[in-house]
Design a protein around this ligand. Structure first.
Ligand code: NAP
Length: 481
């Protein structure tokens, strides 16, 4: 009955991978480190957590959802969607929760997996769908442990915490911090936002989707399809193309929106401090129609003096001020280049992925790595991490992996399918040559798109290029053994 396939991770991409492989008749097991599925939407439970991709674009094409309640859905609603999709697609029963894969090693023609529960058996093919933004980074600020109140990373929000009436500090100005501040500014006693770098903030209203419209979507799914296509064109044809230098007119429109949004800040000094000095789109664009109102509310304070240290009472800034706090939130982002660790991946001839990726991670078409046959990534190196709906990305990559699985299965015994080194080098040379044309590289900022070697790790071409590059594997790019 097909191949024996292990999927690592039960977030959106793992669910997509498992659903596709199961539908193709393979024997699939999904390993999930946590107690339930959901990936980023399980981890991020902070007040205001929502997706800034339109709801009707943030879904699998094979699991349309007429019931989205908002144009941009909240985290809990997306988690419920993933639960439902996993159940309806027959994936929920394949997930082994609480089993973190610690080691994957090629033994002969199969991959042996070891999880936190011990030996998990051997598999013909492994799909690592471990997400990108899931290893919280705490800042190396002196005194971090000295704080006497409650402090935690934005992705580790305590279940039992109410911020009502408290003095709250938030470090960071990315999407997470912006959503938190917008959600709580009117119910805290005081909120201090510690900003190291201002962000460009694009304003889009988030409106409820009327019940009548939802009923119409359920009754006539082709209307949903039409909306999906329209949103896809706006997102991929305009926004994403603008970021990679292929739609200057759209980039100018995005900038005009951000500047008009910023003009809502009435105090010129505050406005100046909130104004970035790099190009719009260079850092991951923050989407919010509420943040500037929130930061101008009586309880809010934008702190731009650099943080000197954290003390028992609060945060001490370079001007000598102590910002006294009850709660301190580190909205300081994720370790985006360590997504597969602490798992050890040992490939052909004892090769260790930690060594191969020590300087910079490299793959063929984001999916396959020389030396690691039949081990494939969703969300791997140079995936479009800042451009498209990640669910669309995952679906396209999973489709390509399905093609690779066909090549594995086409032999009398399962074959080893491994990208050629020359094809991988050529692919990465093309990526590098294209990168200077993107706003991430040319926009004059630092961001989590840059890896340790200074390489931008996103996708430098358009959505059409992305789907075309993953239409089907070209056997000439692979060794088939
Ligand atoms: P982030 O974008 O990486 O932002 C981290 C913030 O922390 C930055 O403002 C950074 O400042 C600041 N920071 C880090 N270390 C610091 C230090 N030592 N002192 C002071 N400030 C420090 O993280 P995030 O907001 O969690 O978002 C990560 C990504 O998740 C987003 O870019 C987005 O892709 C995704 N996300 C999406 C949504 C959504 O609505 N779809 C919501 C949340 C997150 P610098 O800029 O100066 O480095």
């Amino acid at each position: 009955m097909g191949l024996r396939i292990a999927v690592i991770g039960a977030g959106a991409s793992g669910i997509a991978a498992a659903a596709r492989m199961r539908a193709a008749g393979h024997d699939v097991q999904v390993f999930e480190k946590a107690a339930r599925l959901g990936g980023t939407w399980r981890e991020n439970r902070y007040p205001g957590v929502a997706c800034d991709i339109p709801s009707h674009l943030y879904r699998f094409s094979f699991a349309p959802n007429p019931d989205w309640s908002m144009e941009y859905a909240g985290g809990a609603e997306i988690l419920a969607y993933l639960d439902r999709a996993a159940r309806d697609l027959g994936v929920a029963g394949l997930i082994r929760c609480g089993e973190e894969v610690r080691r994957a090693a090629l033994e002969g023609r199969r991959w042996r997996l070891t999880t936190t529960s011990g030996d998990a058996g051997a598999f013909d093919l492994v799909i690592a769908a471990m997400g990108v933004l899931h290893k919280p980074v705490l800042p190396a600020i002196p005194g971090r442990e000295a704080f006497a109140g409650r402090s935690f990373h934005s992705a580790r929000w305590p279940e039992d915490l109410s911020l009502d009436g408290l003095r709250v500090g938030v470090i960071g100005t990315g999407s997470s911090a912006t959503q938190i501040v917008s959600a709580v500014a009117d119910r805290v006693a005081r909120i201090a936002l510690f900003q190291r770098t201002p962000q460009w903030i694009f304003s889009v209203p988030n409106r409820p989707i009327a019940a009548a419209k939802r009923e119409a979507f359920a009754a006539e799914p082709e209307r949903m399809r039409g909306l999906y296509d329209m949103l896809g064109e706006a997102m991929n044809g305009r926004f994403a193309a603008a970021l990679v230098g292929r739609n200057p007119e759209a980039l100018a429109e995005i900038e005009a929106n951000c500047r008009a949004n910023l003009a809502r800040v009435r105090d010129p000094d505050l406005r100046a401090r909130l104004t970035p000095d790099y190009e719009v789109g260079c850092k991951r664009l923050v989407i919010s129609d509420r943040f500037y109102e929130a930061i101008q509310s009586p309880a809010a304070q934008l702190v731009t003096d650099p943080i000197e240290r954290i003390e028992a009472e609060g945060v001490r800034t370079g001007d000598g001020a102590l910002h006294a706090l009850d709660v301190l939130v580190f909205a300081t982002g994720f370790d985006t280049f360590n997504f597969h660790r602490p798992m050890k991946v040992i490939g052909r001839a004892g090769r260790d992925l930690d060594d191969d990726w020590a300087g910079s991670s490299r793959a063929l078409r984001s999916v396959a790595v020389p030396g690691y046959p039949n081990f494939f990534f969703v969300g791997g190196p140079n995936s479009p991490i800042g451009n498209f709906s990640f669910l669309m990305t995952a679906e396209a990559q999973v489709g390509f992996i399905a093609g690779l699985a066909d090549l594995v299965e086409a032999g009398e015994a399962p074959r080893l399918v491994e990208p050629r080194e020359d094809a991988t080098q050529d692919w990465n040379a093309r990526l590098e040559a294209a990168m200077p044309g993107t706003v991430w590289a040319a926009g004059g900022c630092s961001s989590w798109y840059f890896d340790r070697s200074g390489k931008v790790a996103s996708w430098p071409w358009t959505y059409e290029d992305f789907t075309a590059s993953l239409a089907r594997p070209d056997p000439a790019e692979f060794h088939l053994a």
